[in-house]
Design a protein around this ligand. Structure first.
Ligand SMILES: Cc1cc2nc3c(=O)[nH]c(=O)nc-3n(C[C@H](O)[C@H](O)[C@H](O)COP(=O)(O)OP(=O)(O)OC[C@H]3O[C@@H](n4cnc5c(N)ncnc54)[C@H](O)[C@@H]3O)c2cc1C
Length: 414
């Protein structure tokens, strides 16, 4: 196995970490990353935060320094997409006509921004935010200052870009059909904290509101028409309506795909020697005993590395607790847990919600299944320990900030 060629399709964070994981596991044969974008692997979180606000430059997004690839003998084919996979022949076809044979192959093709329907979505001034180029374009547009932006969608991307836009003194209106932002991800009680944060920063939040269409003149956006008939004027529109997993190659090759490419806990797909990881993969989680597709940085980082080890022949059973974070204005948040188990449960709060310095815990049958810390730092390991312990914990003690978290962890782990 050690001498075979490993092929990684997709040069995002998951793909780059997989190459690293394979080398760490002792794979000595060639490793090639087919990177569809004309860029070395980069991370995306800064694209809606410090790069977009102008607080950081391009170098913050590199996964590895340029010489890492030569040192580790990892070849990166930039700007060429894979167009066909033949698992029986162990062969990958590229858009430029080349074919590459492999011993094992990893699909790390990620996801793409869901776009607004054409021709409205193609008007000048209408943006999506997924790639470095998207972020650069939006940053230049926002940096003019004093512009009117409408964000369609109140998810993580829409809200983070909104916070960045307010930093440039742009006026922002957010339009979304749900009653409370982020309610689907973290529930209404926490979603309200984000709603208040944005309102306090001068954002016009129009919730429970649908969009009838994006309006333009002479090929340029002029506004967003609401389902009430009102049109909100706009110089810029950010379409933040989610991402679509890039499953096309896998589907055409006959792999099992259900929302994402289906894998076991070792990232093996339904085709021999083909693996999948990152935003595109729906991976069996041994704790949940069901498949989970996670669109977050930590999953690409940790599962990516684990998939590389698996690809190199190491026995891997991936069972990490999902984790994600956000930064908006002066609010930083980390969340660990099983969102599917926390769904519909009212959290227990610990700390000062009005001051936006608190923890929230979601419990099922007394066991912590998810936890979040907002502007409280160095506690997420403890949150994860509480979840991992599976112990029943008195919610009154979880809520009582005078009971140290360390003590709760010690009791839960005893
Ligand atoms: C703006 C932004 C901000 C984010 N902020 C956060 C955050 O704060 N916290 C958090 O937890 N997560 C965040 N995320 C999510 C996180 O970035 C993703 O979960 C992560 O990028 C997934 O990595 P990936 O490698 O699986 O996929 P991707 O990063 O999507 O990389 C996949 C790569 O594969 C390429 N590709 C696709 N098809 C082909 C093909 N056929 N041939 C060759 N190449 C192909 C794509 O072009 C892409 O370069 C953010 C995402 C975005 C877009």
């Amino acid at each position: 196995m050690g001498d075979e060629r490993l092929l990684v399709v997709g040069g995002g964070l998951a793909g780059a970490r997989a190459a690293e994981g394979a080398r760490q596991a002792g794979h000595t044969g060639p490793i090639t990353i087919v990177a569809g974008e004309d860029a070395m692997p980069y991370i995306r979180p800064p694209l809606s935060k410090e790069f977009l606000t102008g607080a950081a430059e391009r170098d913050v997004v590199d996964v590895f320094p340029a010489d890492w690839y030569a040192d580790e003998r990892v070849e990166v084919l930039r700007g060429v997409r894979a167009t066909g996979l033949d698992p029986a022949a162990h062969r990958l076809r590229l858009a430029d006509g080349r074919t590459l044979d492999y011993g094992r192959l990893l699909l790390a093709t990620g996801a793409s921004a869901r776009r607004w329907r054409a021709p409205e979505g193609e008007l000048a001034g209408v943006h999506v935010l997924r790639t470095f180029a998207d972020s650069e374009a939006l940053r230049s547009a926002l940096a003019v200052g004093g512009r009117r932006m409408v964000a369609i969608g109140a998810g993580w991307i829409g809200l983070e870009a909104t916070a960045a836009a307010r930093g440039y003194a742009d006026e922002v209106t957010v339009i979304a059909p749900e009653a409370v932002p982020l309610a689907a991800a973290v529930g209404s009680a926490v979603g309200e904290v984000f709603a208040e944060l944005h309102r306090a920063n001068g954002v016009d939040l129009r919730m429970s509101t649908g969009v009838a269409g994006i309006r333009g003149e002479g090929g340029r956006v002029t506004g967003v028409e609401l389902d009430t008939g009102e049109t909100v004027p706009a110089d810029l529109v950010l379409v933040g309506i989610g991402a679509v997993p890039e499953t096309g190659l896998a589907e055409a090759a006959g792999l099992e795909v259900r929302g994402g490419i289906v894998t076991d806990a070792s990232f093996r797909t339904s085709a021999d020697d083909v693996y999948a990881v990152g935003d595109v993969a729906s991976v069996y989680h041994p704790v949940l005993q069901s498949h989970l597709r996670v669109e977050h940085w930590a999953n690409a980082e940790n599962a990516g590395r684990a998939a590389g080890r698996s690809l190199a022949g190491e026995g891997v059973e991936y069972a990490e607790i999902p984790y994600f974070y956000t930064d908006q204005y002066d609010l930083g948040m980390e969340y660990s847990g099983y969102g599917t188990l926390a769904d519909g449960i009212d959290p227990v709060f610990r700390g000062d919600r009005a001051a936006r310095e608190f923890l929230a815990f979601w419990q099922r049958e007394g066991r912590v299944v998810a936890g979040m810390n907002v502007n409280v730092w160095d506690v997420n390991d403890q949150v994860q320990q509480l979840i991992r312990s599976g112990a029943r914990i008195d919610p009154a003690r979880l809520a009582d900030a005078s009971v140290p978290l360390e003590r709760l962890v010690a009791e839960a782990s005893a």
